[in-house]
Ligand binder design. Structure first.
Ligand code: AMP
Ligand code: GLY
Length: 431
């Protein structure tokens, strides 16, 4: 590596999360240059993007060597599960992100459930099945409804079904185990107790046994206002998630965060990266819904802008396996992000529509690009389901929401869609 204080950074991925990571790197005094692969239309305006897909391990290894990359930050879960971090480390690149072994914490829900149970970390009760006859039997004799049916492996956020009754649950079981709707990802399933309460996203940066807790946040997973319609990758977020008040955060830290980091280390899983714990705050205390081993999207788009401590410095320490000793400094202002999607998402949608942007973006606002690219004339056009993330940092959450929505109105493309109620649950609780 050339010099620790003058890094060339490669960000792998093409979403709003990765654009926020690129932005954080560009603002860091430790960064000499940031490049992305494959990147998107928004990043391409500021940095060099290389057309290498995020799951092309050999292509990325070659790119990192040719470009003499010091540090790679891997955004999405698929390349982590395929072992991209291991592949780059073999070439001497520092990597923020777990190797294949620790990526199982996201890549296999059964693996994580067993770890949680082994270490007594609170989570929903569940049973594991590979044969549909056994699962159907369980649904008839043991299950209480609603019940949750989960494909074991990665399924791009579509592998979880909350079944209201036995018939629906049986359909989900057959779809996974008999019809192989999710391929091998659904060859093993979990049937899980349905939890009720409010969800929150807890992000940690982990370097072995040491960690920092990043600002809390809350996602909005459903496509429609009032949390209706199908699940999406996430339609908006805000931070902090006030439902996780300081007292609850202490409980979460004692019962979930610390034991999880300890358990992961005790199992010899070298996690040099993000641990994103999805939790449900139930009446009987917080429970783990899932582990992810990468930043949430859109959560990252509200977390990073609130960090006063340089995120790149922390990521570099993680990647180098150094303990994280710094006290985290967080801006007090809340942040809110509204995702603008292409009409039709999460089902089929059009691509290639021209996007019109506001003439000026205020300094407290960020328009993060996700599904965008540039056309032949260099204009920004739509290229994905979630197209943009509009984040605003303001004195109050209400102010952030108002300013974010005002900006959304100035961004135009054919058939654009966004939820009108991001942050509404939190705002209704505020005095
Ligand atoms: P997962 O990928 O496991 O986080 O599940 C995706 C979403 O499904 C979560 O964010 C929750 O909204 C919901 N979910 C997952 N597990 C449960 C559960 N046991 N009870 C209620 N909702 C759940
Ligand atoms: N926003 C949820 C996720 O990134 O998984």
């Amino acid at each position: 590596m050339s010099s620790q204080t003058s890094l060339k950074v490669l960000v792998v991925g093409s979403g709003g999360r990765e654009h926020a990571l690129v932005q954080a790197c560009r603002e860091s005094p430790l960064c000499r240059e940031v490049i992305a692969a494959p990147g998107n239309g928004g990043m391409a305006g500021d940095i060099t993007c290389f057309p290498v897909a995020a799951d092309n391990l050999e292509g990325l290894a070659r790119l990192a060597s040719e470009q003499e990359v010091d540090l790679a930050i891997i955004g999405p879960e698929v390349p982590l599960s395929l072992g991209l971090a291991d592949r780059l480390r073999e070439n001497g690149v520092l990597v923020y992100g777990p190797g294949k072994k620790a990526a199982r914490l996201e890549g296999s829900k059964v693996f994580t459930k067993e770890l949680l149970e082994k270490y007594g970390i609170p989570t929903a009760e569940s049973a594991t099945f590979t044969r549909s006859a056994d699962a159907l039997n369980y649904l008839g004799e043991r299950a209480r409804y609603p019940v949750v049916v989960k494909a074991d492996g990665l399924a791009a956020g579509k592998g979880v079904l909350i079944a209201g009754d036995r018939e629906e649950a049986e359909k989900a079981v057959r779809a996974c185990l008999d019809e192989r709707k999710f391929g091998d990802s659904g060859g093993t399933i979990l049937i899980e107790e349905h939890l009720t309460g409010e969800e929150a996203s807890i992000h940690l940066m982990v370097s072995g046994t040491s960690f920092v807790v990043l600002p809390t946040s809350q996602d909005h997973k459903r496509i429609g206002d009032g949390d209706t319609g199908p699940n999406t990758g996430g339609m908006g977020a805000y931070s902090p998630a006030e439902v996780v008040d300081p007292e609850s955060l202490e409980v979460v830290r004692d019962r979930i965060i610390q034991p999880s980091v300890d358990a992961i280390a005790a199992e010899g899983l070298d996690l040099l990266g993000t641990l994103f714990i999805g939790i449900m705050l139930t009446e009987s205390g917080p429970r783990v819904l899932e582990f992810n081993v990468r930043f949430g999207d859109p959560e990252t788009q509200v977390i990073l802008p609130r960090m006063e401590t340089d995120p790149l410095e922390l990521m570099l320490d993680c990647a180098s396996g150094k303990p994280l000793t710094k006290e985290l400094q967080i801006r007090p202002e809340p942040a809110l992000c509204v995702v603008i999607a292409a009409g039709g998402y999460p089902k089929s949608y059009r691509k290639g529509d021209l996007i019109e942007f506001p003439p000026k973006t205020p300094t407290n606002a960020f328009i993060f690009h996700a599904g965008t690219s540039t056309d032949r004339e260099g204009r920004i056009v739509t290229a994905g389901g979630r197209v943009l993330g509009v984040t605003v940092l303001a004195e109050t959450l209400a102010g952030a929401a108002q300013q974010a929505y005002a900006l959304c109105e100035e961004i135009r493309f054919a058939d654009s869609y966004y939820r009108r109620d991001i942050g509404a649950k939190q705002l209704s609780r505020e005095p």
